[in-house]
Design a protein around this ligand. Structure first.
Ligand code: IMP
Length: 195
C-alpha cells in the first residue's frame, strides 16, 4: 500500500518506515507536491494530527497519516503539551525549551511527565486515531547527547537514564512514537484484512 506520511522530517520518516516494513511505500509531503507548512491550529494533539491528515487527504485523495507529539508535565497542568515545539521561542529551539522547562520546575517536587504521540490515519476517506504514551519524569539537569528535543531531560519510568543517554533503537522500543507506530501497523493490518 502506498501511503503519504505528512512529514518532511527525514528522521521521523526513517524511524516509521523501519517499523512499517516493505509492504508499505511511504511517500513524503514534498513527493506529493505539498511544500507549504500545514497550519497546526488545533488546541490539542488529537486535533492537530487530524487537521494535518485531512489537509493531505483533501489535496491528494491519497491514503495518509499525520502525527503530533507533546510533552505533558503534571505540575505544569499538562504544559508544554501542544505547544512543545514553540515553548520558549517561536522556532524549534530545543536548548531554550529545555532551559525554560527546568526554570518552570524549579523548587517543584512533582516532576512527573509523559510524552504523548497521536497519529491520525485516513484510509479511503475514513479517519482513525491511535496514541502512544511513555510515562516518566523530568530530570533536574540535562544528560546525554542522543535524540532531540526534550530527550536530555526525560527519564522514562523504570530507567535511571534520560532518552538522550539511550541509543535510537533502545528509545524506539519504549517511546511514545514507537508505541503509536506499533499501533498504526496493527491498525493498517486490520484494515487490509477487511478488503
Ligand atoms: P512533533 O509533533 O513530532 O513535531 O513534536 C513537537 C515537539 O515535541 C518537538 O519539537 C519536540 O520539542 C518535542 N518532541 C517530540 N518528540 C520528541 C521526542 O521523541 N523526544 C523529545 N522531544 C520530542
Amino acid at each position: 500500500m502506498k501511503i503519504v506520511f505528512a512529514t518532511n522530517n527525514a528522521h521521523k520518516l526513517a524511524e516509521v518506515s523501519a517499523v512499517l516494513g516493505s509492504e508499505y511505500e511511504l511517500v513524503t509531503l514534498r513527493e506529493v507536491g505539498i511544500t507549504e507548512d500545514i497550519p497546526e491550529t488545533g488546541a490539542t494533539l488529537d486535533e492537530n494530527a487530524s487537521i494535518k491528515a485531512h489537509y493531505v487527504y483533501e489535496r491528494t485523495g491519497l491514503n495518509c497519516f499525520a502525527d503530533d507529539t507533546g510533552l505533558e508535565v503534571e505540575a505544569l497542568g499538562g504544559a508544554p503539551g501542544v505547544h512543545s515545539a514553540r515553548y520558549a521561542t517561536d522556532g524549534h529551539d530545543f536548548e531554550a525549551n529545555n532551559r525554560k522547562l527546568l526554570h518552570e520546575l524549579e523548587g517543584k517536587s512533582n516532576r512527573k511527565a509523559r510524552f504523548r504521540t497521536v497519529i491520525s490515519l485516513i484510509v479511503d476517506g475514513v479517519e482513525r486515531q491511535v496514541e502512544g504514551i511513555v510515562e516518566g519524569k523530568i530530570a533536574t539537569s540535562e544528560a546525554g547527547a542522543e535524540g532531540f528535543g526534550y530527550d536530555p531531560l526525560f527519564i522514562p519510568d523504570d530507567y535511571d537514564r534520560t532518552f538522550a543517554e539511550m541509543s535510537a533503537e533502545e528509545k524506539n522500543t519504549i517511546s511514545h512514537r514507537g508505541r503509536a507506530v506499533a499501533k498504526l501497523v496493527k491498525l493498517l493490518h486490520e484494515i487490509e484484512t477487511k478488503y
